[in-house]
Design a protein around this ligand. Structure first.
Ligand code: GLC
Length: 435
């Protein structure tokens, strides 16, 4: 197989994106009606922030292998929030994949250390960004429907995540925090932008995971939202779970089978930063097997799934000669031949490009439904995540595909990098919950 075949295999032209978009819209509608759908469309029990939110809040961010704690001050009147203190803790394999109690205990322990080390001795309202499919029962409690992104901690799925966290805080004698809100990272990202931009209609994460939230009128939500008294609500699509009509290759299927959640998160496995290097690895292993690469010998780095890191893709696509040499040394103990370099570059490029184009199809479909708080036709999409922020050319590919889908008359939106939604956004949601 030549690289040119790979290009064809991973190519998605505009009509193919339109087909995906139609399937996304159908699943969005079904999900909002509680019918069978690959999109969960989970109510977030809050509307977009207004910018008037004020006060000091603690924010917890669980969603990847780094767990973060922050103290955030919201100044109101659309002014920029301040992060007063922040700490990041690396979660261990055991904490992520062992007993749920171990994970929640660890988090409670980190909160305790954070408060002590920073001398925060008051009582604090807390916003908890819990970036997994959580079915909220209200703004301050929710049930974990399933784990994603490699998390498998036992005894949590089906359980109430805030109650589990509160119990662990009590076990660690942390009595000074009050969990006011639990939210998805996409919702935090939307809120972090909404406080200064009423045109913000969507929050998107393109990082380790992939997901979208959007603002909708409650009349479109045909499932129980209890006594929520406002006209609009943000919906967490769990867009990474989308799985209808995606053109999967043999590589996608192999990756899926080897994953911790076979069959689930199909879009995420074609889009997000956790999976793109794994996809590159599957292709490389196949090319080596067919003796089209590295003389038929598998380099050590590709032997185990976590050997080939996400940032190697940036280097192979457009890193400096020095960084490429360094990576070749690590991979092969020698420089790349021109043919090897070209093949690896193509592999990374086709995988990243397809990711951006599928993400664009999902985002455009969501945009066609989302309603801004300022009632205007223009819209902003708040985006966070390393893939969007750092991958060379990713933002441009995403914008190009969204432009193709909008055509001459479709709605267009500005994509705005919005950092730290899971920190600042969580604080905002805790403040909104208090009003
Ligand atoms: C996964 C999670 C989702 C989260 C996304 C980005 O898709 O299921 O809740 O928003 O990753 O972190």
């Amino acid at each position: 197989m030549k690289p040119v075949d790979l290009k064809a295999m991973f190519e998605l032209k505009t009509p193919a994106l339109r087909r995906i978009g139609r399937a996304v819209r159908a699943d969005m509608d079904a999900g909002l009606r509680n019918r069978r759908s690959t999109l969960l469309m989970l109510p977030a029990f809050c509307d977009a922030a207004t910018g008037r939110e004020k006060g000091r809040y603690l924010a917890l961010d669980l969603g990847g292998t780094n767990f973060r704690v922050m103290m955030v001050r919201l100044a109101g009147r659309g002014r920029k929030p301040a992060v007063l203190a922040e700490a990041k803790y690396k979660l261990t394999h055991d904490q992520i994949t062992g007993e749920g109690r171990v994970l929640f205990n660890a988090i409670a322990g980190y909160v305790k250390v954070f408060l002590r080390e920073n001398g925060f001795s008051g009582r604090y309202g807390l916003g908890y960004t819990f970036s997994f499919p959580v079915k909220l029962l209200g703004i301050d409690e929710g049930i974990l429907l399933r784990w994603t992104k490699g998390f498998t901690a036992r005894g949590v799925v089906g359980g109430k995540v805030v109650a589990l966290q509160k119990a662990a805080l009590a076990r660690r004698n942390v009595a000074s925090v009050d969990i006011r809100a639990v939210a998805n990272d996409t919702v935090g990202t939307l809120q972090a932008r909404a406080i200064r931009d009423p045109g913000c209609v969507m929050g998107v994460i393109l990082g380790t995971g992939f997901n979208i939230c959007l603002r909708l009128p409650v009349s479109r939500i045909r499932k129980s939202i209890g006594a929520y008294g406002r006209s609009h609500m943000i919906i967490n699509m769990e867009a990474g779970g989308f799985g209808r009509g995606l053109p999967r290759t043999a590589y996608d299927r192999r990756l899926d089978r080897a994953s911790k959640n076979p069959g689930a998160q199909r879009a995420e496995k074609m889009i997000s930063g956790k999976y793109l290097p794994l996809l590159v690895r599957e292709i490389v292993l196949d090319l080596v097997k067919r003796e089209k690469l590295f003389g038929g010998k598998i380099p050590e780095i590709f032997r185990s799934p976590d050997g080939f890191k996400a940032h190697y893709m940036d280097i192979l696509e457009c890193g400096s000669a020095a960084r490429r040499r360094e990576l070749a040394g690590l991979m092969l103990g020698r420089a790349f031949t021109p043919a090897e370099r070209a093949t690896l570059k193509t592999v990374c490029h086709v995988v990243a490009q397809r990711s951006a184009r599928i993400a664009a199809a999902l985002m455009s479909a969501a945009l066609s439904r989302a309603v801004p708080a300022d009632g205007g036709r223009g819209a902003t999409i708040a985006v966070d995540g390393s893939l969007f922020e750092k991958y060379p050319g990713y933002e441009a590919m995403l914008k190009k595909a969204m432009g193709e889908l909008a055509g001459a008359r479709g709605r267009r939106a500005a994509l705005e990098l919005t950092k730290d939604g899971s920190g600042i956004g969580a604080a905002i949601i805790a403040a909104v919950a208090g009003t």
